[in-house]
Design a protein around this ligand. Structure first.
Ligand code: FAD
Ligand code: DHB
Length: 393
């Protein structure tokens, strides 16, 4: 088999890149280790920046998002028994975010790809990358018990944090930066009305909480738990009780509870690999970086990497601008490190960092300071709606 761009991974990064390239007449094949149903079963992010929204529209996969996504012009920060609103529109030049689940976005991209007749090979095993630093890169993998070879011009490693692409970059070149946090998020999805029409990020001396939604009848809640906590030890009732204790009024008494549709624990991590390119291999999304979810940046960073790689490849094929390939890594990393900083900061400001009450009082002072001044609100709002994309030239 031969294609122009071989894409490893059918998560949001791989599917979005594949669709944009396909629409531009650049041939690509996606290979994915899991089944489509498995990929769609993962409940993950829910907040899209305007840059991500624009890319989905550009990919021709934005119709359902535009119909069903919920525009949010503000978020709430709850602490010390009160809740303060960050008016995104007022403090970030009228910009907003869109609440639309990663699952839905993934489904829309899968359907668009199928309608376009572009090839995705699911349930492949033992993917290997060959000749990433040569003029003739290729992938080999096992499909239906048969070893296959896919030759290409370039490889996009969109295979997530546990993929194989990153380790293809030799140790002598690759630098990894990592911070693992001593807590995780226990998430619960339920068919109940959201407690607030805006997302609520809560700091409490019992730990962080987050109230989000997928629609006006489906809610997504998270609470901070110790890293060694087991999901099975958390009945729905225990979850709701703990969430209620961490929320200020009126949220605590207005919380509508119900049976969980899904419950899972995710660890929190900050991670960046440099560089994100090795020869003809390009790392995209979680394959290259992880943020703790507190700033809602993971999926949006994946989209901004896709933006840069797509625009570079367009100019490579249309204008023979091979020089741009060497700019991919630095274009991405400039924005990534700023989102890493914001996610780390939001995490530090909102989670229970230690048993020392001093730490919590400092967090309350920090929250009061940032939500009590125009400059503070601008800092939060401008980062939350997403920093601008740089031009590719
Ligand atoms: P992924 O979605 O991980 O996709 C990678 C794909 O590659 C997978 O489908 C995988 O099966 C496939 N793959 C891996 N190895 C191979 C191989 N060898 N061969 C072929 N295919 C392979 N972000 C937020 O902003 N907010 C959140 O609340 C949030 N919650 C999260 C919860 C969890 C449990 C996780 C893991 C992430 C969460 N994120 C969240 C982050 C966000 O979901 C990711 O940033 C986003 O999924 C990145 O997309 P991606 O396509 O780069 O990677
Ligand atoms: C959601 C997840 C986040 O990480 C976040 O910051 C906001 C919302 C969500 O799943 O809805």
């Amino acid at each position: 088999m031969r294609t122009q761009i071989a894409i490893i991974g059918a998560g949001p990064s791989g599917l979005l890149l594949g669709q944009l390239l396909h629409n531009a007449g650049i041939d690509n094949v996606i290979i994915e280790r899991r089944s489509a149903a498995y990929v769609l079963g993962r409940i993950r992010a829910g907040v899209l920046e305007e840059g991500t929204v624009r890319l989905l529209r550009e990919a021709g996969a934005g119709a359902r998002m535009d119909a069903e996504g919920i525009v949010h012009a503000g978020v709430q920060l709850a602490f010390g028994g009160i809740s303060r609103r960050v008016d995104l529109g007022a403090h970030a030049n009228g910009r907003t975010v869109l609440v639309y689940g990663q699952t839905e976005m993934t489904r829309d991209l899968m359907e668009a790809r199928e309608a376009a007749g572009a090839l995705t090979l699911y349930e492949v095993d033992d993917t290997q990358i060959h000749g990433a630093d040569s003029a003739h890169p290729a992938l080999t993998f096992t499909l239906n018990g048969q070893r296959e070879r896919l030759e290409c011009d370039y490889i996009a490693g969109c295979d997530g944090f546990r993929g194989i692409s990153r380790s293809t970059i030799p140790d002598s070149i690759r630098r990894e930066y990592e911070k693992v946090y001593p807590f995780g998020w226990l998430g619960l999805l339920s068919d109940t009305a959201p407690v607030s029409h805006e997302i609520v990020y809560g700091a409490h001396d019992r730990g962080f909480s987050l109230c989000s939604m997928r629609s006006m009848t489906r809610s997504r809640y998270y609470i901070e738990v110790p890293l060694d906590e087991k999901v099975d030890d958390w009945s729905d009732d225990r979850f709701w009780d703990e969430l209620r204790r961490r929320l200020p009024e009126p949220y605590a008494s207005e919380l509508v509870t119900g049976p969980s549709l899904e419950k899972s624990i995710a660890g929190l991590r900050s991670f960046v690999v440099e560089p994100m390119q090795y020869g003809r291999l390009f790392l995209v999304g979680d394959a290259a970086h992880i943020v703790p979810p507190t700033g809602a940046k993971g999926l949006n960073l994946a989209a901004s990497d896709v933006n840069y790689l797509y625009r570079i490849l367009l100019k490579v094929y249309r204008e023979k601008r091979e020089d741009l390939l060497l700019k991919y890594s630095s274009l991405c990393l400039d924005r990534i490190w700023k989102a890493e900083r914001f996610s780390w900061w939001m995490t530090s400001m909102l989670h229970r960092l230690s048993d020392n009450p001093f730490d919590h009082r400092i967090q309350l002072a920090e929250l009061d300071y940032f939500t009590g001044s125009t400059e503070g609100l601008q800092t939060i709002a401008r980062n939350y709606v997403g920093l601008p994309y740089a031009a590719v030239d």
